[in-house]
Design a binder for this molecule. Structure first.
Ligand code: GTP
Ligand code: MG
Length: 404
């Protein structure tokens, strides 16, 4: 039992703070983080680890809450794998644009470039070769020639709405950061060592469930990061069950489902049901996740992520008609303003995309406590968002439940 009365020597305010500090020691806030592949879940983790590396008040821990040493904090994989993965991401994106060039029935400006484009496509097919080839200045300079080719540029202009006959292929959303001469030169240089910012933009799908332990502002946070690719989602209920039964009975646990949805998927067609998008699939996935008796006690937190890409797409004339995928909550005037002139209010568009989720929550889970935030996981402010959610919303709930 915890005492929550003042002792006469300190002010009620100080006593309150002391109680909260005391409480924090015992409380473990647990998250089961899920969402579709590429929603941005691991990007949040990478940022939180970065926060711990750069601010000694926060700690990235082992399962027993002892702080990890610097040499133990190699998240997901070592530098060599990151390097190859980043190069692989970029070559894969070039391959998609090359395909788009052909899909547009266009040709490259000169035959040498045509040959180079073919060799890049072969490299993309045989990804294991990427780690073996010695990067040369010639390779880099040909990449730059491709970037400057008029047909390639026209394909690049379609980056928000790629139209190739491989519906499951997607550009990774960290691409913009890498797609310039200066960055490509660094990435394809012989001695390239990926920076933290490079890793945060890299697409590296999570396999299985990764468990992470943080102490942020003296609060213990445990996060299970569940892989969201189709093959991984098959294991979802199993993993959820494991998470649920692994609760530590010696501490106060407060458990949350942290669902991450990518707003940028609002116009990405579902590979099997082209009248739907990956955002529809994400909402349906959230429903499957929540429709589970074992997690009825958990709060629900939703991060509507990739808001930067969402507005980039909405502002792209080429994506104008894709508004039809999220028009359900828009008024006829709002729809007309957007379709004719591209004018919109950010708030209205957030509401339009989120409507798919809110509808399900209102219909089926209205008795559950739910918070949502619009986020951009590649922006360092995600760390502040995460901490303020814990501090202002979740922790207040924990405190008020334990100290009535
Ligand atoms: N532009 C932009 N890119 C983002 C954002 N969040 C994540 N990304 C990028 O999206 C890609 C996928 O992010 P991940 O964090 O690996 O996605 P995930 O949800 O962990 O995916 P799985 O592990 O397959 O379930 C990476 O290239 C990230 O850099 C965002 O808010 N904006
Ligand atoms: Mg991941």
């Amino acid at each position: 039992m915890r005492c929550c009365f003042g002792n006469g020597n300190i002010s009620p305010e100080e006593q309150q703070n002391e109680n909260e500090e005391e409480l924090k020691k015992d409380v473990v806030i647990r998250f089961f983080m899920a969402g579709m592949g590429s929603a941005g879940k691991s990007t949040i983790i990478r940022h939180l680890i970065y926060l711990c590396k750069t601010n000694p008040r926060n700690k990235y821990c082992n399962e027993d809450w002892s702080e990890k040493q610097n040499d133990e904090i190699e998240f997901e994989c070592d530098t060599e794998i990151w390097k190859n993965k980043i190069r692989e991401n970029i070559i894969n994106a070039f391959d998609i644009f090359i395909k788009q060039v052909y899909e547009n029935s266009e040709k490259f400006q000169n035959p040498d470039l045509e040959i180079f484009a073919k060799s890049l496509q072969n490299l993309n097919k045989n990804k294991s070769q990427i780690s073996l080839i010695e990067m040369s200045d010639l390779f880099y300079s040909r990449l730059i020639c491709l970037l400057k080719d008029p047909a390639f540029k026209r394909a690049l202009a379609m980056k928000n709405r790629i139209q190739i006959h491989e519906p499951e292929r997607k550009l990774f959303d960290g691409l913009k950061y890498f797609l310039n001469e200066e960055k490509l030169k660094i990435v394809f240089s012989k001695n390239y060592v990926p920076s933290e910012a490079d890793k945060i933009r890299c697409r590296l799908p999570t396999i299985g469930v990764q468990r992470h332990y943080f102490i942020l502002k003296k609060t213990k946070i445990e996060i299970y990061d569940a892989g969201g690719q189709k093959s991984e989602r098959a294991e979802l209920l199993n993993n959820l069950n494991k998470w649920n039964t692994s609760r530590n009975c010696t501490s106060n646990n407060e458990s949350f489902i942290l669902f991450v949805a990518s707003l940028a998927d609002y116009n990405v067609r579902h590979p099997n049901y082209p009248h739907q998008t990956l955002l529809d699939e994400s909402a349906a996935f959230m429903d499957i996740l929540l429709n589970n008796d074992h997690i009825r006690h958990c709060g629900i937190l939703i991060f509507f992520n990739k808001k930067d890409r969402f507005f980039e797409k909405l502002s792209d004339q080429f994506c104008r008609n894709d508004i039809d995928f999220i028009k359900e909550s828009l008024s006829p005037i709002e729809l007309k303003e957007y379709k004719l002139y591209g004018r919109f209010r950010r708030k209205t568009m957030y509401k339009a995309a989120e409507y798919k989720f809110i509808k399900i929550l209102k219909q089926k889970y209205k008795d559950r406590s739910c918070y949502s935030k619009n986020t951009c996981a590649i922006d360092p402010t995600i760390m502040g968002t995460f901490i303020s959610v814990i501090k202002n919303e979740i922790f207040i709930k924990v405190v008020s439940e334990i100290v009535p």
